[in-house]
Design a protein around this ligand. Structure first.
Ligand code: ZN
Ligand code: ZN
Ligand code: FE
Length: 737
C-alpha cells in the first residue's frame, strides 16, 4: 500500500463559497488525512493517504465544485509524510499580503427557498436566510479575509443554533458569514419619511406590500442598495414617479414573482430563461408580448427589463402582492444607488412615501446587473450584482501593479497584480459629485481588499474625463489609451485574442487622437498598436453637448453639410427663424461645434428624420425606438458606402425624407449599418471584433450575426464603456507579455 502526502495551493473563488467543508467531506469520503485552510491567497490543502484515494479525491474535486466556487490555479507538490491522524479544517491565517478574491452577491438558492417555505423549518418565512451557496458577499465585506468579524454581520451575535450550523463542516451553513435566524439576525422596520416606525419584521413587509397596493411609491433596502418600488400596473403611480423623478421616458425594470409570470409577459428563449433564473438574477431585456402592464413603464419601445425576486426579502414581499412591481435603483438622477436610511430621506424626500429598512449596513453598494441574450450568448450592459467584482487570470510577465480608471460614462475600474485582472462593479457616470465620490470609495476599497498601491495608472485620453483628471493628479506614472481602441482591446482580452484584428468600435462619444469626437471607428490593430483604417464622415455637433439632448441639431448639422434642396424645407421650417440663423452661423463658422464621427449620433439623426423623437432624455433612447420600429420584411437599405477611408452617409437623408414612414426609415437604416460592417469586414482577412455602446442594439447585432456568424463581440464583459478599464490594462500588459 503506497501512502503519499500532497500539498495543494488553490487560487480562484474558493473562500466564502463552502470550499473547505466540501474538501472536508470529500476527505472523509475517501478516508484521507490532513487539513484544509484559507489563507490570503486562497485555499491550502494537505492530503495524506492511499494514492488511488488521492486520485479519486482530485477527480471528485474537479467534477463537483460547490455552485459558487471557481478554481483558477491549482499547484500540487509531493511532500514528506506527516502521519496525520485525522482530517481537519484549520482556522484562517492572516498575513500582510492579500490576494484572496472577493465574490459578488448572489441570489437566494433553492435549498434556502425550500426551507423558507417549510413550516417545520426554523427558518420558515425568514426574510434574511442564506447559506454558503447564496446570499450577500461584496455588499457586507469590510476587509479580507472574508470572515464574520470583517463583515457588517459582526454586529449580530449568533444564537446557539446558528453557531452550531456555522461550526459544523457538514452543514450547508458552515462558515456562511451572514448566517442568522429570526432570533439573532437583523430586524426590519417600516417607516414613514419622518422616520416614524410603523411596523417591524413580517408586519413591516406586509405593511409595505399594502402601501404598494394602495398606489404609494416606496423604497426597500435590498442587497446592494435601496430600490424604489411601486405597482407596475398602476399608471397613475408610475406617472407620478416619472414626474417626481423628472424621468420622462427612461424605461423602468420590472421585478416579477415567478418565471411563469415572466413567460406570460415576455417572449423568452431557453437561453434567456436560464439567465433569468441564474444565481446572478440579472435584469434581462426581453421582447414583450401583449400584457396588462402600464404602457408608461417603457414608452415607445418593445422590450422590458425584467428580473426575478432574488433575496428572501423580495420573495416574502411578493407573498403579499398580486401584481408585478417596478424596482429601480433608489437615487437622485445620475447619482449612485442609496445604501442607507439617512441618504434615502435626504435624497428621495418628496418622491417616496414609506420605506422598509433593516439594521445591517450595506458596506459596498451594487446595482442590478443588466444584460440581453443574443442567440445563446450574453450581451452584458451593466455588470454589478452577481457578476462583479470579478477576477480573471492572465499570462503576463508584468510585475508592476497597475490601476486602470476606465472612462467617464458607465465608469468601472480595474486593477492588475500578480497575473490577475480584477474588474470593479459598475460605478456610474462621473458627472456629479456623488458618483465621483463613489469612484474614490471604490478605489479605496480595492486598495484595501487587495493591499494594492499602483505603480502605474492607465486612463483615457479625454482631458476632461474625471477619471483622467484624477489619474493625472496622482504623481504616479500614467499611460493614456484612446477610448475606441480600448473598446476593441477589451474585446480582445475577453476572447484571448493576440493577433491583428479588424476592430469596429461604435459608440456615442470618445476623444479621438485629433481632438475631435470619435465613435464610428474601424481599426486594424493588435494589443499594442492600432491604425484607423476607416471612420464615419464627421459632422459638427452644433453647440457641443446641447446637441446630445436636442437631437434636431444633429440632423440639421448634417443637412447643412449637404447641397441645398427643397426637400429639406419642411424640416428647416420647424426651427424658429432666429434659432435657425444662429445654428447656421455656428455651423458656418464652426463655433462651439466639435467635429464628431459617432454612430450613436447617427441614430439620433435618423430618429429625428423619421419623426419619432426630437429630444432624448436618456442614453440610447433613439436607438431603442428605431429598433422597435424595425421590420424584418424590409430588405432594402440606404447607400451608405466606404469612400477611401471615409464612410459616407449624409446624402441618404434626402431618401429618408422621401421614405416618410418611420418603419421603413428605421429598417433601411439598420440594414445599411449591417451592410457597412459586413462589407468592410470582408475587405480584410482578419477576425472582426465589435465593441462600443451602439452594439447594445440587439437588432443591429443580430442582423450582423445573421450575415456573418464569425463576428466576435463581448459577452462576459460589458460591451459599453463599462469595459474601458479592462481595455486600458490590456494595452499595458501587451508590452510585457
Ligand atoms: Zn442558500
Ligand atoms: Zn440564529
Ligand atoms: Fe465608448
Amino acid at each position: 500500500m503506497i501512502i503519499k502526502h500532497f500539498k495543494y495551493s488553490i487560487e480562484g473563488i474558493v473562500q466564502g463559497v463552502g470550499f473547505r467543508p466540501f474538501v472536508y467531506t470529500m476527505a472523509l469520503k475517501y478516508s484521507l488525512k490532513g487539513f484544509v485552510l484559507n489563507d490570503s491567497t486562497g485555499v491550502k490543502i494537505s492530503i495524506e493517504g492511499k494514492i488511488e484515494d488521492i486520485e479519486n479525491f482530485e477527480k471528485y474535486l474537479n467534477a463537483n465544485l460547490p455552485p459558487l466556487a471557481r478554481i483558477d490555479k491549482l499547484k500540487k507538490v509531493l511532500s514528506p509524510l506527516e502521519n496525520f491522524n485525522s482530517f481537519s479544517i484549520i482556522k484562517s491565517i492572516r498575513s500582510s499580503s492579500k490576494y484572496s478574491l472577493v465574490s459578488p452577491d448572489f441570489a437566494m438558492c433553492n435549498d434556502c427557498l425550500s426551507e423558507m417555505r417549510d413550516k417545520t423549518n426554523r427558518r420558515y418565512n425568514y426574510f434574511f436566510t442564506n447559506c454558503t451557496n447564496c446570499g450577500p458577499r461584496y455588499s457586507i465585506i469590510k476587509t479580507v479575509p472574508y470572515d464574520r468579524p470583517n463583515t457588517s454581520m459582526q454586529a449580530f451575535i449568533m444564537c446557539e443554533e446558528c453557531q452550531k450550523e456555522y461550526d459544523n463542516p457538514c452543514d450547508r451553513r458552515y462558515h456562511a458569514q451572514p448566517i442568522s435566524c429570526e432570533k439573532c439576525g437583523p430586524t426590519l422596520s417600516l417607516k414613514d419619511m419622518a422616520g416614524n416606525l410603523i411596523a417591524t419584521n413580517i408586519d413591516a413587509i406586509k405593511g409595505l406590500a399594502n402601501f404598494i397596493k394602495d398606489g404609494y411609491i416606496v423604497a426597500m433596502k435590498g442587497m446592494g442598495g435601496f430600490h424604489l418600488i411601486c405597482d407596475a400596473s398602476n399608471s397613475e403611480t408610475i406617472k407620478n414617479l416619472r414626474d417626481k423623478k423628472n424621468r420622462p421616458s427612461k424605461p423602468f425594470a420590472v421585478m416579477m414573482k415567478s418565471i411563469q409570470d415572466i413567460e406570460s409577459t415576455c417572449k423568452l428563449s431557453p437561453s434567456e430563461k436560464s439567465r433569468v433564473i441564474s444565481n446572478e438574477r440579472p435584469i434581462v431585456l426581453l421582447k414583450t408580448k401583449k400584457n396588462n402592464l402600464s404602457p408608461l413603464i417603457a414608452p415607445f419601445i418593445d422590450r422590458l427589463g425584467v428580473f426575478l425576486a432574488y433575496t428572501p426579502l423580495h420573495v416574502k414581499l411578493f407573498d403579499f402582492l398580486e401584481n408585478h412591481i417596478i424596482a429601480t435603483s433608489a437615487n437622485r438622477a445620475g447619482e449612485p444607488i442609496v445604501t442607507n436610511e439617512d441618504d434615502l430621506r435626504l435624497k428621495l424626500n418628496g418622491i417616496i412615501d414609506y420605506y422598509l429598512d433593516y439594521n445591517r449596513e450595506i458596506v459596498n453598494s451594487s446595482d442590478d446587473s443588466v444584460l440581453q441574450v443574443i442567440g445563446t450568448k450574453d450581451l452584458l450592459m451593466r455588470s454589478s450584482r452577481g457578476i462583479t467584482p470579478t477576477n480573471i487570470r492572465v499570462k503576463s510577465n508584468e510585475k508592476r501593479k497597475i490601476l486602470a480608471v476606465g472612462a467617464h460614462q458607465k465608469n468601472a475600474i480595474a486593477i492588475y497584480m500578480n497575473n490577475q485582472v480584477i474588474l470593479s462593479p459598475y460605478i456610474g457616470d462621473l458627472d456629479n459629485i456623488a458618483t465621483v465620490e463613489a469612484f474614490h470609495k471604490t478605489l479605496k476599497t480595492f486598495k484595501e481588499f487587495y493591499d494594492f498601491e499602483p505603480d502605474l495608472i492607465v486612463c483615457d485620453k479625454h482631458p476632461l474625463y474625471e477619471s483622467t483628471k484624477w489619474a493625472k493628479s496622482q504623481n504616479i506614472p500614467i499611460v493614456q489609451v484612446q477610448h475606441h481602441y480600448a473598446h476593441i482591446l477589451s474585446c480582445m482580452f475577453e476572447h484571448e485574442i493576440d493577433e491583428k484584428v479588424l476592430g469596429i468600435a461604435w459608440d456615442g462619444t470618445g476623444y479621438g487622437d485629433d481632438g475631435s469626437i470619435w465613435g464610428g471607428e474601424f481599426f486594424v490593430c493588435d494589443r499594442s498598436e492600432y491604425e484607423r483604417v476607416a471612420y464615419f464622415e464627421p459632422f459638427l455637433l452644433l453647440g457641443g453637448d446641447a446637441s446630445i439632448k436636442d437631437i434636431r441639431r444633429i440632423a440639421l448639422s448634417m443637412i447643412l453639410d449637404c447641397e441645398e434642396d427643397k426637400i429639406y424645407n419642411d424640416f428647416l421650417a420647424e426651427f424658429k427663424t432666429s434659432e435657425l440663423n444662429l445654428l447656421k452661423q455656428m455651423h458656418k463658422k464652426e463655433l462651439n461645434s466639435p467635429k464628431c464621427s459617432a454612430v450613436g449620433r447617427l441614430f439620433d439623426m435618423v430618429a429625428v428624420i423619421a419623426r419619432v423623437c426630437d429630444k432624448v432624455s436618456y442614453d440610447g433612447e433613439s436607438g431603442l425606438i428605431l429598433e422597435s420600429l424595425y421590420d424584418e420584411g424590409i430588405e432594402d437599405s440606404y447607400d451608405i458606402y466606404l469612400d477611401g477611408h471615409i464612410v459616407r452617409y449624409k446624402h441618404v437623408i434626402k431618401e429618408m425624407i422621401k421614405d416618410k414612414e418611420a418603419r421603413i426609415i428605421a429598417s433601411k437604416f439598420i440594414n445599411s449599418l449591417v451592410n457597412i460592417v459586413c462589407n468592410i469586414s470582408e475587405k480584410y482577412s482578419l477576425k472582426t471584433l465589435l465593441s462600443g455602446g451602439v452594439f447594445q442594439n440587439r437588432t443591429l447585432l443580430e442582423n450582423i450575426l445573421k450575415r456573418k456568424d464569425n463576428i466576435i463581440f463581448q459577452n462576459k464583459l460589458p460591451i459599453n464603456d463599462g469595459s474601458i478599464a479592462i481595455g486600458q490594462l490590456t494595452n499595458i500588459l501587451s508590452h510585457t507579455n
